[in-house]
Design a protein around this ligand. Structure first.
Ligand code: ADP
Length: 540
């Protein structure tokens, strides 16, 4: 027997429509690409999103068409999210840090018909435009006054496009399983692959993300997503925050410590989200200027492992609670979040748990398996391949016939290696391709990195495996020293030796000015291996 409940589809447009109705005067603030701070309300955003939707329909954009964006986090990008998905087209977010050959590949693979581009990123589209097969037009996200000179054809001015249309539009209704947005993973191996989200998956993810023990979003929060809208939809914040009518603050192109600090303070931000590298810059700024942001209650840190030293600094020095989260493009991205249970009162143990990637968010099932696919125990010691499934986890990549990453029961192999403890906390020990295999044992590069980052003379640390005639591989510690310091290998060994098993201690330490980062701010271990792979380890 079926329940007698209305079969209303879960559609993204309803989020903004609802925010207009219930929190219409709540602000959305942007540091614009042009420079000045722009502020308006959910009601204004909804009006302009409908105008833009009409403009897109006038350009003959139809259900399922892919519309690309090459843009920072701004109110205009927010409007595009809603206008494009709202009429059943697909927002395809592009990462400006991608190499032009990857950009061409992705845009042709997605068959993007239009691209919205920020003023200071126009050259990236100019570089590839000749090779884009399906592109019908480029919309520059600015007003007439700031329109750049460009050799691109079919160029539109964003503000003119909006002004040319009324907001007389009722959001269309269609199947909630309709694709809404597309995001390619940066593809450290092989070609990038597209994760194609649906209205349904986005909406359920938005509900889950807002919960108190997840991102804790509500109308009284002031939320600054530093994580880019081209990186898994800014972790879904533009949807979840709209669902609850929170004040939104968009940082535009300026992500340095001073610029982020200014927004935190001026706008009274209570919740901010981003990758560890962003917070390194902010914390350095706070240290240098003896400042902080009193309104900030929480930060969500994910995308890479958050070192324990960072959690400690935020919490102990500035009273900002850290929520360490794990996820990936393929999981929309929220998978797990680490918050100690109420029963866990011991401060040292709480901190240790926060450094883990945490318990699955309701909606996500999680397990670890051995090489034969057999589930491993949740004892906090056994580590294996992390697999997930749930209503916002991809069931295949865009345009792929078969997925090598899914098994017969629908589990998705994340490519991460992890443990799960009896309390349900998952901890990533490595990406499977970064694990260091030494004498038949596995050494976690992430664990050593986290510990090394706790040394006061270390600004950043990475660990890679170096080929070894006897042990297969041995760990090499790569350090970005703190200004004016050079901690010696002996000092680092002494620092790490009471925290790590002896056989896990790095064989040597080398120094680098800056760690190579990929398009989503993660350390490029491939480049470190290319640079240091031949490093001669000292004889034991
Ligand atoms: P890409 O795969 O394109 O680099 P993703 O954002 O999809 O970008 O990356 C997902 C991966 O990032 C995860 O599989 C995991 O290896 C890593 N990751 C994400 N969050 C964390 C975290 N909190 N700790 C450690 N690794 C993380």
């Amino acid at each position: 027997m079926l329940g007698r409940i209305m079969d209303k589809p879960l559609l993204i447009s309803s989020l903004l429509q609802h925010a207009d109705f219930t929190s219409g005067d709540r602000e959305i603030v942007t540091r614009t690409v042009e420079g000045p701070i722009h502020r308006y309300t959910y009601r204004d955003a909804h009006k302009r999103a409908r105008q833009l939707a009409k403009a897109l329909q006038a350009l003959d954009v139809k259900l399922g068409d892919r519309i690309a964006t090459m843009a920072w986090n701004t109110h205009r990008h927010f409007e595009i999210y809603y206008a494009v998905s709202g009429i059943g087209a697909v927002t395809h977010t592009l990462n400006p840090r991608l190499h032009s050959s990857q950009l061409t590949y992705i845009m042709n693979h997605a068959e993007d018909s239009f691209v919205f581009v920020d003023l200071n990123l126009v050259s990236l589209i100019e570089n590839v435009a000749d090779e884009l097969r399906g592109l019908k037009g480029v919309i520059v996200m600015t007003d007439r006054e700031h329109m750049p000179e460009t050799g691109l054809s079919n160029v539109y001015c964003y503000e003119e496009l909006i002004e040319g249309h009324s907001d007389d539009l009722t959001w269309p209704e269609f199947d909630e399983k309709t694709a809404s947005s597309l995001c390619y993973t940066s593809g450290t191996t092989g070609n990038p692959k597209g994760a194609l989200f649906s209205h349904r998956s986005t909406m359920i993810h938005a509900y889950a993300s807002a919960l108190p023990d997840v991102l804790h979003m509500g109308e009284s929060e002031v939320i600054l997503p530093v994580v880019p809208m081209f990186h898994v939809n800014a972790w879904g914040i533009p949807y979840g925050a709209t669902m609850v009518g929170a004040k939104l603050v968009f940082p535009g192109p300026k992500l340095d410590g001073a610029s982020i600090h200014e927004l935190l303070v001026n706008e009274g931000v209570t919740l901010a989200a981003g990758v560890p590298t962003i917070w390194l810059m902010l914390l350095a700024h706070w240290r240098e200027t003896s400042s902080n942001a009193p309104s900030l209650k929480r930060t969500v840190i994910g995308g890479s492992a958050c070192p324990e030293s960072m959690i400690r600094e935020f919490q102990d020095d500035y009273g900002v609670e850290v929520r360490h989260a794990w996820g990936m493009t393929e999981t929309s991205p929220l998978g797990a979040i680490s918050i100690p249970k109420p029963s866990m009162t011991d401060e040292t143990k709480r901190l240790r748990l926060q450094a883990k990637q945490g318990r699955p968010v309701f909606g996500v099932e999680m397990r670890i398996t051995d090489d034969a696919g057999k589930p491993l125990p949740h004892d906090g010691k056994a580590f294996g391949d992390l697999q997930v499934r749930g209503p916002w986890v991809i069931d295949n990549y865009f345009k792929m016939e078969e997925s090598e990453a899914h098994d017969a029961e629908g589990w998705f192999a994340t490519g991460d290696v992890a443990t799960i403890d009896p309390e349900g906390y998952m901890e990533i020990t490595d990406r499977s391709k970064d694990v260091i295999k030494s004498g038949g044992e596995w050494i976690s590069s992430i664990e050593i990195e986290n510990l090394a980052m706790g040394h006061p003379d270390v600004a950043q640390a990475a660990v890679i495996g170096i080929p070894h005639p006897k042990w297969d591989e041995r760990p090499l510690l790569v350090i970005v020293p703190a200004e004016g310091k050079t901690p010696s290998h002996a000092e680092m060994t002494a620092f790490l030796s009471d925290k790590l098993a002896k056989w896990c201690l790095p064989d040597d330490t080398v120094y680098i000015d800056a760690l190579p980062l990929g398009a989503t701010g993660k350390i490029l271990k491939t480049e470190l291996r290319a640079q240091f792979g031949d490093h001669q380890l000292p004889e034991a």
